[in-house]
Write a protein that binds this ligand. Structure first.
Ligand SMILES: Nc1nc2c(c(=O)[nH]1)N[C@H]1C(S)=C(S)[C@@H](COP(=O)(O)OP(=O)(O)OC[C@H]3O[C@@H](n4cnc5c(=O)[nH]c(N)nc54)[C@H](O)[C@@H]3O)O[C@H]1N2
Ligand SMILES: Nc1nc2c(c(=O)[nH]1)N[C@H]1C(S)=C(S)[C@@H](COP(=O)(O)OP(=O)(O)OC[C@H]3O[C@@H](n4cnc5c(=O)[nH]c(N)nc54)[C@H](O)[C@@H]3O)O[C@H]1N2
Ligand code: SF4
Ligand SMILES: [Mo]
Length: 680
């Protein structure tokens, strides 16, 4: 393979290599990485992408720790101990790939190709590392297809049906807003480059409203914080909509010109009086009325809609009602007005353009029900599980069921990973993967408007290989590709993709730079961009959208007397999902309100059991009014090592699905908490 000239060989002196961060984070920062003697010395933000503003999060500043970690998977290896122990024998790449190909073929012969299940998600947002060679391989093989629903399934279904995923308000334009509503998002942790623009707006006198069960640091700086019970946003948003219609403050001209379904939406909202919504959400009615007045009377007003509100039984309905608000109130058409959801569709780039392989009509497995698939599916059973870009034991619902599945002796599990994750310990074969500092990729922001080239800054560590090389090697072994065609090197694979990019994007990216989204990355909604629906209208009541509960329906709280507390597990500043979770020190803390701790006799720092019928988590507790009463919180993405019994919040999360698109209900767990007696 030709040596890409951007990757300094070890003999080079000190240099700074420009690249980008493709982790599953909305910001897609541009990076300047200092390399000396072929080793990473420093990772920092650059100004190549304007919204990076030269700084990055603490996680990626320390990403070299992961690159050079003693837990890094350096060589292909096969299991020698019991599943879960992480005991492996190193083997050559060829032997490992031969074995994987043989087991895939054997499963196909004995049980049919659908007995092979590829399992992948959030390792990176790159277009080369996800749904490229892998998609070709598994499609042609005829494997079961994965419904990638663990994140953004309901929000995406809502945004697609209503707006065709129209591009949202740019981070930079938040500075122009007079009212900012941050709804189910926590940007100081999960998208830090929005923060300076929110602060700028606040300095200019804009009001900030935060709707979140937690009194986050951002909520503390807000003019209004509505600490809703998880899963009740639908009522709050519909109450605002009902009031807009009933008070004559709905923008009838906009509704007539640009929307369909306004009457049906109005009918769906009719029963949501302020008092009903406040009672259901457990918030103050006066404060809800105040928000209604602020939102109706202020322009530009922008809503940052996050993902916190989607991760429950009502997540689809809630997101639809939130996204309907700017249309009903007529907030579009001005800079700093409208909404931001995911901007991932703004570049018109989907991997489908490059895969060139038809989607087979094979079984679809909802990834949120991996435990079920592994333990219960029998037509055919899952015999080969191929995990990459994912750490399912840490990140999927119903962890104990997933674990039972991974323990199956008759399951052949491949884990293609950078580091020895909780999931990798259950592998029959582990394959070493490069990190984004060792391979090419194309990354796009889904918050900030950037589309970047990602390029290797060092040689692969150990024998790590990028995804597309490994999937091409497997395709040869499975007879899908001729050996002469392969293996294409990283540069060629990248070129294959970039030559198919629209000329403008390719030109900018060809310079090693960055492309912006529509209107140079600062579109005004309904001025520069219109809905990508067939009639370019907003569909406020998309009748054809399949909802298991009915559009805009509220399903009541699943709490029981035995398990009265709602457990949420939001993003933390220390990890991206479970990535970097290996470095979390100590035992995790459950956050609990004093009113919930007192009757249970729990004091700060006590060891506790958090439990329900699915499992239990042994951790410690922090008593704080930061979470509202009735809600407890554990960080998302913990590894087994962060609790005393190796179980994390997902051991308590049911594998029930959201009302739209089969999404995960991470914030819909109901639990109780008790002091744990520690035996010395
Ligand atoms: N540092 C860091 N950054 C990340 C990630 C990470 O793990 N760490 N993850 C990345 C990924 S994969 C994603 S999808 C995004 C997620 O980005 P966000 O949507 O910001 O993340 P969450 O933490 O899931 O949810 C946001 C907030 O919703 C609140 N919340 C929980 N339930 C409800 C509810 O029912 N209603 C309302 N209104 N609020 C609720 C939580 O308390 C939380 O503060 O962030 C990305 N960025
Ligand atoms: N309790 C709870 N659980 C949650 C959530 C929650 O809110 N609460 N949020 C969910 C959300 S929003 C998401 S997006 C999911 C994410 O869940 P996952 O998809 O499991 O994401 P990560 O935990 O980041 O794990 C990704 C893994 O991919 C590996 N990887 C990265 N790049 C590459 C590559 O190029 N090649 C290969 N082969 N491997 C690579 C990394 O080393 C990492 O171990 O987690 C979900 N889990
Ligand atoms: S994780 Fe997000 S904030 Fe951190 S460097 Fe990557 S894109 Fe930037
Ligand atoms: Mo996510």
């Amino acid at each position: 393979m030709a040596e890409p000239d951007v990757r300094p060989p070890a003999s080079w002196g000190r240099s700074i290599v420009h690249t980008a961060c493709p982790l599953d984070c909305p910001d897609c920062c541009s990076l300047a990485v200092t390399v000396e003697g072929g080793r990473i010395q420093k990772i920092d933000g650059s100004h190549t992408a304007p919204s990076t503003e030269g700084f990055i999060c603490g996680k990626v500043r320390k990403f070299d720790q992961r690159v050079y970690s003693s837990e890094r998977v350096l060589y292909p290896a096969v299991r020698r101990g019991p599943k879960g122990r992480g005991d492996f024998t190193v083997v050559p790449w060829a032997e490992a790939l031969d074995l994987v190909a043989e087991r895939m073929q054997q499963a196909r012969t004995e049980f049919g190709a659908e007995s092979v299940l590829p399992f992948y998600y959030g390792g990176s947002n790159g277009l080369l590392t996800n749904e490229m060679e892998d998609a070709r391989l598994f499609r042609q093989f005829g494997a079961s297809r994965l419904a990638r629903t663990v994140c953004a399934a309901p929000t995406s279904a809502a945004a697609t049906a209503m707006y065709g995923k129209m591009a949202g308000v740019a981070y930079e334009d938040y500075a122009h807003a007079r009212l900012i509503v941050v709804w189910g998002a926590n940007p100081p942790a999960s998208g830090i480059h929005l923060m300076s623009h929110i602060k700028q707006a606040q300095k200019k006198g804009a009001r900030l409203v935060v709707i979140d069960p937690r009194r986050t640091p951002l909520a503390r700086t807000a003019d209004l914080h509505l600490p809703v019970r998880p899963g009740t946003d639908i009522g709050v948003a519909l109450a605002l909509i009902r009031d807009l219609f009933e008070s004559g403050r709905a923008d009838r001209a906009f509704l007539n010109a640009h929307t369909t379904g306004a009457d049906s939406l109005q009918a769906a909202a009719a029963s949501w009086t302020f008092s009903r919504a406040a009672a259901v959400a457990g918030i103050d009615e006066t404060q809800l009325r105040l928000l209604a007045d602020w939102y109706a009377n202020t322009s530009p007003a922008v809503i940052r809609c996050g993902w916190g509100q989607e991760r429950n039984r009502n997540g689809g309905a809630a997101t639809m009602a939130i996204l309907a608000l700017p249309a009903v109130a007529g907030k579009f058409g001005v800079r700093g007005g409208g909404y931001t959801m995911s901007n991932s569709a703004a570049y018109g780039q989907t991997a489908e353009r490059w895969i060139n392989s038809p989607v087979p009509d094979t079984r679809v497995v909802n990834m949120n029900q991996l435990g079920r698939a592994l333990n219960e599916y029998d037509d055919p059973p899952v015999k080969v599980l191929f995990v990459y870009n994912c750490n399912p034991l840490a990140t999927m619902p119903d962890q104990n069921r997933v674990k039972r599945g991974l323990e199956r002796e008759d399951l052949f599990t491949v884990v293609f990973e950078q580091t020895m994750t909780d999931s990798a310990k259950y592998a029959d074969v582990v394959l070493p993967a490069t990190t984004f500092l060792e391979h090419y990729d194309l990354a796009r922001g889904y918050g900030a408007y950037h589309f970047h080239i990602v390029q290797p800054v060092i040689e692969p560590v150990g024998e790590a290989r990028p995804n597309h090389e490994v999937f091409r090697e497997l395709a040869i072994r499975l007879g899908q590709r001729a050996a002469e065609e392969d293996p294409l090197g990283q540069t060629e694979a990248l070129l294959e993709v970039t030559t198919k990019l629209p000329a403008d994007v390719a030109a900018i990216i060809g310079d090693g730079g960055v492309a912006r989204g529509p209107a140079n990355g600062a579109p005004i909604q309904f001025t520069d961009v219109l809905p990508n629906t067939p009639d370019q209208r907003v569909h406020l009541f998309p009748e054809d959208l399949p909802s298991t509960a009915g559009l805009y329906a509220y399903q009541p709280d699943p709490a029981t007397d035995a398990h009265p507390l709602a457990l949420i597990s939001p993003a933390s500043a220390h990890t991206v999902s479970s990535t970097l979770g290996e470095f979390r020190p100590g035992i995790a803390r459950l956050k609990m309100h004093p009113d919930d701790a007192r009757p249970r006799g729990i004091e700060d720092a006590d060891p506790v059991r958090v439990f329900n019928t699915l499992g239990e988590v042994w951790c410690e507790v922090t008593i704080t009014p930061e979470v509202r009463a009735g809600v407890v919180s554990l960080p998302k993405g913990l590894w087994a090592r962060s609790t005393e019994n190796g179980a994390t919040s997902n051991a308590l999360v049911p594998d029930t699905l959201t009302d739209l698109a089969g999404g995960a209900c991470f914030n819909d767990a109901r639990v109780d908490v008790a002091i744990r007696k520690v035996l010395n």
